[in-house]
Ligand binder design. Structure first.
Ligand code: ACO
Length: 402
């Protein structure tokens, strides 16, 4: 637990852990406002803060559409003078014990380096795709109805509630999306001038149909540099409720005069955009890990989602860091619901909690993990059965960091 009076010192230590670059005042103000002091931890050496972390109280969409409590682990830092002597490990210990005590079955984070958190039971569970789209060459095929969508520019702040209403309807449609907690609607609007470089302030275009907002895109424009003929559209986010609105928003971004490129830093791996374009190679896609997930309570977590095919398997789970999860669990479930209970029956699949974290949202298949030797099949057929059941028709995707 952190005291409000300690926050400045605490955050200063976090900034030092990340290299010492001060953050813009508006970002500092938002992170302070979003701080949940009773869920924040500091490690002290005398009167110096040497370790920091916190855990937001998210609810995350899981396959089947439920919103499940998940501790959003954040702001992990250890002072450069105090590294590699167990400060992180002790904070992870305390934090996971806390999360368990709060009754939250999941913990989630985005990692500064992907190899830090596996030892604590987190597995990479979603991917994000970066695109550099050559809008001179790539063409879009427009679905029916796109020409009927009205586009309207608005100040991002004025359009906030309309955008939030669209976002709220999108959350349960895709695993790993986060329900917007109070105060978080300010995050996508952050636009500190010192972060813009040579790009414009943030802009917003709304898609409207039958008088209501059915989509939005927020972006900035970097005008042509001296050595190039055209500028770049930097996409912040885009969401829409209909295929027509989605395509209309992308066409707008593609057609912005005096630009010939869109840079989108975080798109889902199955973004419908890849089906709208005629030349996906000229979208120059690159993928990397995004959300890392940990099952804090294996039984409650596995019972909280649904399964896209009937499943009845016994897992032998290894969990050295949270031993209350270790042992055998029988999962039975289908598209309607699931239960997961302790069992003495023989195991069908053996794996560690980390693999369960990777597979949980349906973005990494158990078969692929087994191909790497990280899941062992002990009953013939169990791997295929569980792998199909754990899948998701929509790729999990985390829309923003935290
Ligand atoms: C969710 C987030 O906030 S991600 C942000 C993480 N923070 C940063 O990257 C900021 C810069 N780095 C740091 O502040 C620190 O180096 C930290 C937090 C990454 C590690 O803190 P430390 O106190 O040095 O870690 P600690 O000594 O407890 O090490 C625990 C284990 O993690 C390993 N480890 C520590 N740092 C790293 C790293 N950067 N990469 C890989 N493994 C690491 C250690 O080797 C140790 O391994 P072991 O279990 O096999 O013995």
């Amino acid at each position: 637990m952190l005291r409000p009076a300690e926050w400045d010192q605490w955050y200063g230590s976090l900034e030092l852990a990340f290299g010492g670059m001060p953050e813009p005042a508006e970002e500092l103000a938002l992170w302070r406002e979003l701080t949940l002091f009773d869920r924040w931890l500091g490690t002290w050496d005398g009167d110096e803060v040497v370790g920091t972390t916190g855990a937001f109280d998210f609810r995350i969409a899981v396959p089947g559409g439920a919103l499940v409590p998940a501790a959003g682990v954040t702001m992990v830092g250890v002072r450069p003078t105090h590294r590699r002597r167990g400060v992180l490990r002790s904070m992870m210990r305390r934090q996971l014990d806390d999360v368990r005590a709060w009754g939250e079955p999941l913990a989630a984070l985005t990692a500064s380096e992907p190899d830090i958190y596996g030892r604590f039971g987190y597995g990479p569970a979603t991917h994000q795709v970066r695109a550099h789209i050559d809008t001179d060459r790539v063409r879009l095929s427009m679905p029916d109805g796109a020409d009927g969508v009205r586009l309207r520019l608005s100040k991002p702040e004025e359009a906030r509630d309309a955008c939030e209403a669209v976002y709220a309807r999108r959350v349960t449609a895709r695993p790993a999306m986060l329900e917007r907690r109070p105060g978080w609607e300010a995050l996508p609007l952050l636009d500190a001038p010192s972060r813009r470089g040579d790009a414009s302030p943030l802009q917003c275009v709304l898609a409207e149909a039958d008088g209501r907002t059915v989509g939005y895109a927020r972006y900035s424009v970097r005008p042509r540099p001296d050595d190039a003929p055209y500028g770049t559209v930097l996409l912040r986010d885009v969401e829409a409720l209909t295929p027509a609105a989605y395509a209309a928003l992308w066409r707008f971004l593609f057609d912005l005069d005096l630009t010939n490129e869109i840079v989108a830093r975080n798109r889902p791996s199955d973004d419908p955009l890849w089906q709208l374009v005629d030349d996906v190679r000229r979208c120059r896609l690159a993928s990397e890990d995004s959300l890392h997930l940990r099952l804090v309570e294996v039984g409650a977590a596995l019972a909280a989602r649904t399964y896209q095919a009937p499943v009845d398997v016994v897992f032998e789970v290894e969990d050295a860091f949270c031993p209350w999860n270790a042992g055998r669990w029988r999962l039975t479930g289908d598209t309607k619901g699931a239960s997961c209970e302790r069992t003495e029956d023989p195991a069908d699949l053996a794996l560690s909690v980390r693999e369960l974290g990777s597979a949980y949202l349906g973005g990494v298949s158990l078969i692929s993990l087994a191909g790497a030797g990280r899941v062992r099949e002990l009953r013939e057929g169990a791997l295929h059965e569980a792998s199909v059941a754990f899948g998701s028709p929509v790729a999990p995707w985390l829309p923003h960091g935290f």
